[in-house]
Ligand binder design. Structure first.
Ligand code: HEC
Ligand code: HEC
Length: 140
């Protein structure tokens, strides 16, 4: 027993250990490959599939901060700023709080825009989908 322990310490069993280590995620010096990043580009807005759908974001939003102090999205989409930026203004639903009261500022439940709005990408659908909106409520 002592002999095996010693051999290990001397590094004579190293090949075995080296193999085990690579199995655990590569040698320490190997750079970890980055997952492929989605490339978002500014595009024509995709048509909405149904009227209540949060529209997809047709532009990149990298580094757009949304926190208690700043909301980058509102610098273009608020009612004060939308014209100047040629952006779509928030719809009035964004000002209604959960008790159905219309507020003067964006309601807390609509403040974190990316909870509902995500950038467009041409990713393949994960499952087949044959959804069609009812005729009388076709989005324009
Ligand atoms: C620099 C200004 C600017 C900022 C900042 C910005 N947007 Fe936009 N956004 C635009 C403009 C301009 C359009 C309209 C593009 C068009 O119609 O071709 C647009 C379109 C959209 C649309 C589509 C609206 C529709 O009717 O289809 C959504 C949703 C949207 N933005 C969400 C966001 C969100 C969420 C953020 C923050 C993460 C954000 N935007 C930040 C300028 C901005
Ligand atoms: C809880 C989900 C939710 C959040 C959070 C949210 N939205 Fe929306 N948004 C929607 C839905 C649903 C619609 C489409 C129906 C409607 O207007 O309510 C919409 C519509 C829009 C539109 C299109 C309005 C129009 O007249 O066609 C814009 C622009 C937009 N949102 C921007 C934003 C921005 C900017 C924020 C963050 C300040 C935000 N939204 C936060 C759900 C959300």
């Amino acid at each position: 027993m002592k002999a095996i322990f010693l051999l290990c310490c001397l590094g004579l069993f190293n090949p075995v250990f080296a193999e085990e280590l690579t199995g655990l995620g590569g040698k320490p010096d190997d750079p970890t490959p980055m997952p492929e990043q989605r490339k978002w580009k500014d595009q024509e807005p995709l048509e909405r599939n149904y009227v209540q759908q949060p529209p997809l974001i047709p532009h990149a939003i990298d580094n757009y901060e949304i926190n208690v102090k700043v909301n980058k999205c509102l610098t273009c989409h608020s009612w004060t700023n939308y014209k100047q930026n040629k952006a779509t203004k928030l719809s009035t639903t964004h000002f209604t709080n959960r008790d159905g009261i219309d507020l003067a500022t964006v309601s807390g439940r609509r403040y974190f825009c990316t909870q509902c709005h995500v950038p467009q990408t041409d990713a393949k659908p994960l499952v087949e989908n044959t959804f069609k909106p009812i005729q009388s409520l076709q989005p324009q």
